[in-house]
Design a protein around this ligand. Structure first.
Ligand SMILES: NC(=O)c1ccc[n+]([C@@H]2O[C@H](COP(=O)([O-])OP(=O)(O)OC[C@H]3O[C@@H](n4cnc5c(N)ncnc54)[C@H](OP(=O)(O)O)[C@@H]3O)[C@@H](O)[C@H]2O)c1
Length: 240
């Protein structure tokens, strides 16, 4: 579970643990991970923290080795780590462009292949869930052009890897959230909350727990025949 140190990932880790999964929680901020680990353990769950920068060159395979050593083989991967661009395309520095692409897309691709390689070798089935965004499907301006590009790539990655790995029993699906409360969106709301929310048909933003059902479906036996699909969870906030 990447990006577990805040926002949606924090919730995903807790719900997976509450449902009995042994959860490897990964992100860069180790202190946050220790805090989440303590919370999960206090509720009777099993969790281990792993410092992981998905955008770093190298290192991903070593972290998966360590996860397997401490928790056993990985059977579910949630690619949730993500960063916004929050600037107009012409204002993006090369460093920012690399960070957004490497976190949202490259890291998810490398981690997926790392986990799939091990599942295929062990001849065991698995589930991969990519946290995309409604921004993959719609863009009406603002400052998220590159973010939208990377999320579209994540959707396409979901489709192509699902086809490539179907014969190995690995289901690859995604969730495209609309606007949910999290650290990523806090700053945005501080700037334009009323204006944005009043444009939504139900005048509300999502709470992380409103993604529980989609995640649980995609990692449970109920979705055995579902692969290469994106579930849009956006309360009708966006267009179709
Ligand atoms: N909130 C929304 O409205 C919304 C809507 C659509 C899609 N999403 C997607 O949902 C996912 C979670 O976002 P959020 O809203 O929960 O935002 P958030 O609170 O900012 O969480 C982002 C998470 O990603 C981690 N992360 C960032 N860069 C990383 C890196 N290089 N390596 C490892 N972890 C990294 C962060 O942890 P560290 O900083 O500790 O590394 C943090 O845990 C993202 O992919 C986002 O694009 C969110």
């Amino acid at each position: 579970m990447t990006g577990a140190s805040s926002g949606l990932g924090w919730r995903f880790a807790r719900i997976l643990a509450a449902c009995g999964a042994k959860v490897a929680i990964a992100a860069r901020r180790a202190q946050r991970l220790d805090q989440l680990t303590a919370e999960i353990r206090a509720e009777g769950g099993v969790a281990e923290p792993f410092a992981l920068d998905v955008a770093a060159v190298g290192g991903i395979a070593a972290v998966v080795d360590e996860i397997e050593r401490r928790l056993g083989p990985v059977s579910i991967l949630v690619n949730n780590a993500g960063v916004p661009d929050a600037q107009h395309a012409t204002a993006l520095t090369l460093e920012k462009i690399d960070q957004v692409i490497d976190t949202n897309m490259r890291g998810a691709f490398i981690l997926s292949t790392e986990v799939a390689r091990r599942l295929i070798a062990a001849k065991t089935p698995g589930r991969i869930v990519n946290i995309a965004s409604m921004a993959a499907f719609e863009y009406s301006g603002g400052a998220a052009a590159l973010y939208s590009v990377t999320k579209s790539a994540l959707v396409r990655m979901t489709e192509t890897l699902a086809v490539e790995w179907a014969k190995f029993g690995i289901n690859v699906n995604g969730i495209a959230p609309g606007v949910f409360a999290s650290e990523m969106t806090d700053g945005m709301f501080a700037r334009m909350s009323d204006q944005m929310v009043s444009a939504f048909p139900r005048k509300r933003i999502g709470r992380p727990e409103q993604l529980d059902g989609a995640l649980m479906f995609l990692v449970s036996p109920s979705s055995d025949f579902v692969t290469g699909t994106i579930i849009k969870v956006d309360d009708g906030q966006g267009s179709r």
